[in-house]
Each structure stands twice: as C-alpha cells, then as structure tokens.
Ligand binder design. Structure first.
Ligand code: ATP
Ligand code: MG
Length: 578
C-alpha cells in the first residue's frame, strides 16, 4: 500500500500539534542561537579592528559583550535541547499508544505480515528543527558574506554548492558498501540468535561442528565487507577534508587579496575565515542530516501506512445483543474460507470448503483431522480473527458479523496448544488484568484444577511474577493455567485445541480432570489428539483438506464398522496424531 507523502506529513503534524506552544518556543530558541552564532564573528571583527587601530579604546567592553553572547548562546541551546526532547517524547508516546491500540484491533492477517516493534520509531521533532536550523544558519552566513563583498559571497556560494554536490555523490558510492556491511553483521546476529535458542537441539544432535563452520563463513563475510566499507568510508572522509581545506584556502587567499587592495580591514579577513569555518562544519552536518531525514521520512511513511490500514473484521453498525443463556448454540452454515494473504495465487486454495455442522447447547464436538486439514483455521473463524469467504457462522442464532466483537469474545473461550504468559503476577496472568475478579475466586479455580501445590511453591503466592513466554513452567502446568483463565472468564462455548505432545501420565490425568470440569454446563469444540478426550465428544467431525470427511454422533460412527472414525479408533488414533 502506498500512502502519499501529504498524509505522512499530516500524521506528523497531528502528533506535534498538541505541543504547538513548545514547538514555537523551540523555533524561537533556535533563531536566537543562530543569530548569536552569526553575531559572534562580527563582534570579533570589531575587536580586531579596534585593537589594530592607532587608538584602541573600549576593548574590555567588546570582550565582555562577546563573553555575554557566548553564555547566552549556550543557555539558549541547552534550553532548546530540553524543550526538543520534551516535545519529541510526548509526541512519540502519544503515537505509540495509538499505534498499539490500532494494531490490537487489526485482524490476524496483519499480525502475520508484520513483526511487532518494527514499526515504532521516535518522532524526533528536534531533528526537523535542527535540519531547518542548519540551512538557515548557512543561508545567513552567505547573505552576510555578500554584504561584506559580493565577490566573496559568490565564491562561498559556489563552494557550498560544490561541497553539497560532491558529498552527495561520494555518499552514493560508499553507501552500498555500508549496507553490505550492515547486512553481513545482521546475518551473523541472526545466526547466533537462532543457534543459541536451538542450543539443546544442536548439542543433542551433535551438530556443533556444522554450526562452527557456518559461523566461520559468516564471520569471513563480515570481515571482508567491513574492510571494504571502512576503506570507502575513509576515502569519503579524506575527500571531505580536502574540500574543506580548499574552502579555507580560498577564504584566506581572497581575504588577503582584498586586504592588499585595501578593500577590507584585517578584522574582515578574520570574519570571512570564521564564516567559512561555520559554513564548512554545517555543510558536513547537512549531508549527514539529509541521510537521517530520508531514513526518518521512510519511518514516518511506514507508520502512516499502518495507521491507514483497516481491519477486515469490523464491528457492525447496529450490534445484536446476545441472549443470557449459559451454554451456547453454534452453527456453521456452508462455510468456506481461504487465507487471502498468500503470495502466489496457487497457494490461495480454500482452507475450508462448504463446512456445515450444528452444535446444540451443552454438547461437545470432537474435531479430528490430519495436520494441515484446517482444524485451527475453523476455530479462528469462531473468534472472528477472520470472516468466512462464503456461508456464515452463528452463535445462539445470530451471525457472528452482527455481534460486537468484544461481546463475542467474552462468550467464547480458548485454550490453545501453547499457553502464552505475560511478565506479570500469577493473578494478572489468570485474570488478564481484570481487577474485578476476587482472589477468592482465583484460589477456588486453582484448587479445582489441582494447582494449589504448585501455587504453594511460589514465593509470593498470587503476587509471584511469572516470566513471559512459558518460561519456568512445565507443559502441563502451562496448560492448566490456560484452563484457569477460561474458568475465570466463564464463557458459554469453549474451544480446546489440545496439545498433541504426550505428557506424563500423572499430568495427563490432571488435565483430563480439568477438561471434565471445563466442559460441565458448556458447549465445547475440541480438537482432540488423545483417545480419552475424543471419548467425551457427543459428535465427531473429521476434516480432510478443508472438507468434511465424516460427521455424526460419536456412538453411531463408532458402531459403524465402515466409518472412518471406527477405523481411527481401531488404529488408536495414529492417523490423526501424525
Ligand atoms: P494441525 O493439526 O497441525 O494443528 P490444522 O488442522 O490446525 O493442523 P490449520 O492450522 O488450520 O491446520 O491449517 C490449514 C491450512 O491453512 C494449512 O495448509 C496451513 O498451511 C494454512 N494456514 C494456516 N494458518 C495460516 C495463515 N495464518 N495464513 C495462511 N495460511 C495458513
Ligand atoms: Mg492446529
């Protein structure tokens, strides 16, 4: 998606506008600073001319004035830095808050496309101000030079343009080498990250020497790319030094010539020399700033793209309220679905095709099928992470698209194969930061799930901090915590994507008991991998390549010798486990 520059700018403006007064102050301080920088050499010229005149007077006053402006300049720039940071961070934080809120509302398609964190950059208002400042200062220097003598003004303008041109060109030559170097370093870091996280697998499979060889290869690349980048970087640096030396020589030579002609005073020669120095240092700064500016505007453009992205899944204009039943009634009516973000059209095959079934309140549906047959996808439609391409899904007789998404997700609970924990207390991990849930209820649920002993081992009980991911928990404990979450949310329909991994028999029994409690009084859809879980189902639905292969009451299917389900039972579910 391409967003016009105008909207990127308006985005930037939207976040800077609340800080309007501070921005004005920032510009005012900047102009004070520039004015003082331009005035300083003028004062010095006056000093030199007065000192070299036959009757030097008031020198002490000029010196005091000079010192005064220097102090003032420093105060102004310090203050500007403070205001700049203030504006930058308030704007950035406001943008971040909006971006995260926006991202949470986008459908899953988006999350797949973008890695988190990549999007958010700092809005550096000070930076924009700085670039403006550099240009204004250089412009001021050139104007003042023209005032002194038009020939000097002209020479310096040509010099400035020449430097800008050469520096941009030279950068163009050197940048690809720097890019190569950065890429090589990134590859090496990625390699380390991957290998370190897979350390156990590497060690256990004896792949150490292979890993070492790969590392050596990557390091060799980093070495050669870095050498080349450094060489060209040096070259660029020398080119700049030579250019600036030429500029300074030109300033001194023209100053000396004019002094000889009696056209200017010694003080003016100093002034020209000083201004040339200011010009040179700002020219160097501006070439660097232009690069940063390019990078920054690319960042703003990316953010702007994100902000303009609309979720395919939206709340209806007039949401229908759900009836206050406990166990839910679920229907899939001729549902077809395809993930539409696949790159190639060939991949864009439907993942679900004409799936229809009905799940009466309080009933349990066992969903079976090989890996990739579309089981998880089917459950995603239930939460409106995506909408079906054809057909409809209804809950208690209402099309999901007519419900408010928030209401829907309160009514349906999910236990996934992998539990995701937050770096927060046990309490917050279970209640999802809902403070209205009492500790009593939490402890009750924990006791019911047989997690009391586990909680007792934690140093601070419910206040103990858990780590993000599933760190520090066994697979069984993680699953049980996921159950506890659903119990506390108390939905009318639960979706259980059972872990296919084998747990130890004791843990498996605990989970069995938890499942039993979870299903009591609720409608459930279970993606089952274990025979005992399958036995709880009232109905069985077997998916194959997104189509229903078999669907019916479990007992009936089990009794029919020619059914696929009976075959699966005979083979101990081997077919659905692999
Ligand atoms: P498993 O038993 O391994 O969990 P599954 O039956 O749950 O498998 P799904 O995860 O629903 O299978 O996947 C069905 C098909 O859809 C697969 O071909 C998969 O590659 C594809 N698929 C799954 N998720 C996405 C996604 N987010 N974007 C695009 N394609 C996807
Ligand atoms: Mg799955």
């Amino acid at each position: 998606m391409k967003i016009p520059i105008g909207s990127s700018l308006s985005l930037l403006w939207r976040y800077l506008l609340p800080n309007k007064r501070k921005m004005v102050l920032l510009f005012a301080l900047l102009f004070v600073n520039i004015g003082l920088q331009l005035a300083n050499p003028q004062i010095l010229r006056h000093f030199i001319d007065t000192a070299s005149s036959p009757a030097p007077g008031e020198l002490i006053w000029i010196a005091a004035f000079f010192a005064g402006t220097a102090v003032l300049g420093n105060i102004a720039s310090g203050f500007a830095a403070y205001v700049g940071e203030d504006v930058a961070w308030s704007a950035t934080n406001a943008l971040r808050a909006d971006l995260v809120r926006h991202t949470l509302g986008l459908d899953m398609t988006f999350h797949k496309m973008h890695t988190a964190g990549e999007m958010i950059e700092r809005i550096d208002s000070q930076f924009v101000v700085k670039v403006c400042g550099t240009f204004v200062l250089m412009f001021g220097v050139l104007v003042l030079m023209f005032f002194e003598d038009w020939r000097i003004g002209l020479t310096m303008t040509i010099y400035a343009l020449l430097v800008l041109l050469v520096m941009r060109r030279a950068k163009g030559v050197a940048v690809p080498y720097f890019k190569d170097q950065r890429q090589a370093t990134a590859d090496l870091s990625a390699f380390w990250e991957e290998r370190l996280s897979g350390l156990e697998d590497i060690r256990s499979s004896g792949a150490e020497s292979h890993a070492m060889r790969m590392q050596a290869g990557l390091m060799r690349t980093v070495f050669s790319k870095s050498m080349r980048a450094t060489f060209f970087g040096r070259f660029l640096f020398s080119a700049a030094i030579v250019l600036f030396a030429i500029g300074n020589s030109a300033a001194i030579a023209s100053g000396a010539a004019l002094l000889g002609l009696g056209a200017v005073t010694l003080g003016t020669v100093y002034l020209i020399f000083d201004y040339t120095g200011t010009l040179s240092s700002n020219l160097r700064m501006v070439t660097e700033q232009l690069d940063d500016l390019q990078r920054a505007s690319a960042g703003i453009e990316r953010v702007s793209e994100l902000v303009h992205m609309r979720s395919a899944v939206q709340d209806p204009a007039v949401p229908v309220a759900l009836a206050e039943l406990h166990a839910a009634h679920l229907c899939f009516e001729d549902v077809s679905f395809a993930y539409d973000d696949n790159e190639s059209a060939a991949d864009n095959a439907p993942v679900l095709q004409s799936v229809s079934f009905e799940l009466a309140p309080g009933k349990v549906l066992g969903l079976l099928g090989r890996t990739g047959s579309g089981k998880t996808t089917l459950t995603r439609l239930l939460f409106r992470f995506y909408d079906p391409v054809r057909g409809r899904v209804t809950l208690d007789g209402v099309d999901l698209r007519e419900l408010r998404i928030g209401d829907l997700r309160k009514r349906v609970g999910l236990v996934t194969q992998e539990v995701q924990l937050f770096q927060a207390s046990v309490r917050d991990n279970l209640t999802f930061f809902d403070a209205s849930i009492s500790d009593e209820r939490i402890l009750h649920v924990i006791a019911e799930l047989g997690l009391t002993d586990w909680l007792g081992q934690l140093p601070k009980g419910l206040d103990s901090e858990l780590e993000s991911g599933a760190g520090g928990l066994s697979a069984g404990e993680g699953q049980l915590l996921a159950f506890a979450r659903v119990f506390l949310a108390d939905p009318g329909l639960v979706v259980l994507d059972e872990a296919s991994s084998r747990l130890d028999p004791a843990t498996e029994q605990r989970i069995e008991r938890a499942v039993e409690k979870l299903l009591r009084g609720r409608t459930a859809l279970i993606i089952a991998h274990h025979l005992t879980t399958v036995q709880r189902a009232d109905d069985i639905l077997i998916l194959q390549d997104g189509r229903i292969l078999e669907y019916g009451p479990r007992r009936e299917l089990a009794a029919r010798a020619d059914s696929r389900f009976a075959y699966l039972l005979r083979t101990g579910l081997q077919e659905v486990l692999v």
